[in-house]
Write a protein of this length. Structure first.
Length: 407
């Protein structure tokens, strides 16, 4: 049995939610400002959509960078670096005179924000607390388009600055992070010092670069198509060989050889991919039935409903038991896909997003605690971080899949 984190000194879940949710709000507000952005910077609408691509790319890169920082420098350094990236990116976006500078700022914002999400999930400790964080990500993200359209009346830049509130939670994390991680078994001080010194010297640069290359290739598939697919295949092969040759590298062998971890990561990635694919395809499916305003309102209601249901479910998951949870989550994900594919009425097609966000956010919370519990103690933070990366990859796979389905 793995001991639960102690309550004394544990970070309040409201701070973890604040650390994680602004990134999803900022991500989903991008689409509403594309026309104004294009006009202001004198570029085409197609070029302006790179603002969304850059944010997705930066977001998934933030996870592997945070994995490396957590392993080699600890929670404080990881938090400070990611907060600095959010701040730097926001400053660049606020004053960017060109599209290239804007894209750099959005990528930095997302990299820092993605890292802060990883840290929040890592510090949650229990399924119910992780559920509050992931449900918050889904719920707040649902308001992204509405926030974008409202705030763009002030300036098209304002919706792109919504990552900044995450920094308000950083002082609480820095204050309580060491106590929040004290769920590990007691270790003699001299052994702990040796472990930290050894970890600090194990920076697997090649492994980090291969993961970042693989992630970048996946994100760019909708843009570069066959070139990105080929790059992903090569990077995947090289990464596999590297993990075999470097068992204690950036991706530790004890983690990827644990069947329960692989199952949890695969489930999170699959459900996340289906959610993001439906998020892009469902509005297109409803275009012939409803007005744009109605589609936006109904989608908001469905996403909010699914997120709240996820929060309630994860709070009761312990009472329901693992067998029920393992059945409900994939069933909800399958229902989402089925409704979008064959439902005869528009309202049922729209309801697919509620089932999708429920399955994705609940799975993220429930599987995250198990992904860390099934690996050796010294690899738990790495396992949770890698698991979070698999979840965030769905944000890259989903739009790519949607592009293929809609063409």
């Amino acid at each position: 049995m793995i001991a639960e984190p102690v309550h004394k000194g544990r970070i309040a879940v409201r701070y973890l939610a604040l650390l994680a949710t602004p990134t999803s709000l900022s991500a989903n507000s991008t689409t509403t400002v594309i026309p104004d952005l294009a006009r202001a910077l004198g570029v085409s609408a197609a070029d302006a959509t790179w603002a969304a691509t850059a944010f997705g790319w930066g977001g998934v890169l933030g996870a592997p960078l945070t994995v490396a920082l957590l392993r080699t420098r600890g929670i404080r350094a990881a938090t400070l670096v990611n907060a600095a990236l959010v701040l730097l990116g926001t400053l660049l976006v606020a004053g960017a005179p060109t599209l290239s500078m804007l894209l750099a700022g959005r990528a930095a914002q997302a990299a820092g924000g993605g890292g802060l999400i990883t840290i929040a999930i890592t510090l949650a400790g229990t399924a119910s607390r992780a559920g509050a964080v992931t449900a918050g990500v889904g719920l707040v993200g649902a308001f992204g388009p509405l926030a974008g359209s409202t705030l763009s009346a002030i300036s098209w830049r304002v919706p792109l600055l919504l990552s900044l509130p995450a920094l308000l939670a950083v002082p609480a994390v820095l204050r309580h992070a060491p106590a929040a991680l004290c769920h590990a078994p007691a270790v003699p001080r001299h052994a702990l010092v040796r472990h930290r010194q050894a970890a600090a010297t194990r920076t697997d640069t090649i492994g980090i670069l291969l993961v970042m290359t693989l992630v970048s290739a996946f994100v760019l598939i909708p843009r570069l198509e066959l070139v990105a697919v080929a790059a992903a295949a090569v990077a995947g092969l090289l990464l596999t060989l590297h993990v075999r040759r470097t068992p204690a590298g950036f991706i530790p062998q004890p983690v990827v050889r644990t069947r329960a971890f692989v199952t949890a990561a695969a489930a999170a990635c699959t459900l996340s991919t289906s959610y993001f694919a439906l998020l892009y395809t469902v509005p297109r499916l409803l275009e012939h039935h409803w007005t744009t305003e109605r589609i936006g309102l109904v989608t908001l209601i469905m996403l909010a409903t699914g997120s709240i249901a996820s929060l309630l479910f994860t709070r009761r998951a312990a009472q329901l038991g693992p067998a029920v949870t393992r059945s409900v989550l994939p069933a909800a994900g399958a229902t989402a896909v089925a409704l979008a594919s064959v439902a005869p009425w528009p309202v049922l097609v729209a309801a697919s997003t509620a089932f999708a966000v429920f399955a994705t956010t609940a799975a993220m919370a429930w599987y995250a605690t198990r992904a860390g519990a099934v690996v050796p103690q010294e690899h738990r933070a790495t396992a949770v971080s890698l698991f979070t990366l698999c979840y965030q990859l769905g944000g890259a796979f989903g739009p790519a899949l949607a592009t293929l389905l809609l063409t």
